[in-house]
Write a new protein. Structure first.
Length: 118
């Protein structure tokens, strides 16, 4: 089964185009590293929960949207190799030096082993 790197972040609505452009710059590098696919999703129906929510998880502020993103990998080994490569690859350094169009300190992320897929 595949491995998925997932991320949720709060992005200023005014920076939606910047976010998309950043993701578009990243995809060729992820693909080169072995990623099978990538999805970027802009929140349009994000309800508040009684105990928690996507918005509270990323400390969403007024004027921000929640983004839910994932990268699909053939396995965890391939994903881990990509994350290690980011530290020394000049192509990644260029992208990271440009900065993220959101506050990365409020981003939540993790890796998930696929257990069921249709």
């Amino acid at each position: 089964m595949t491995f998925v790197s997932g991320m949720v972040a709060a992005v200023p609505a005014s920076r939606k185009a910047d976010y998309i452009a950043s993701a578009e710059r990243c995809w060729p590098l992820f693909r080169r590293a072995g990623a099978l696919g990538m999805a970027e999703n802009w929140g349009v129906d994000i309800p508040e929960g009684e105990l928690t929510s996507f918005s509270s998880a990323v400390k969403k502020e007024p004027g921000e949207a929640v983004v839910f993103s994932w990268i699909t990998w053939p396995d965890k080994k391939t994903a881990d190799a990509c994350w290690r490569e980011m530290e020394s690859d000049p192509d990644w350094a260029e992208i990271l030096a440009a900065g993220m169009p959101f506050d990365a300190r409020r981003m939540i992320f993790g890796g998930f082993q696929t257990i069921l897929q249709y």
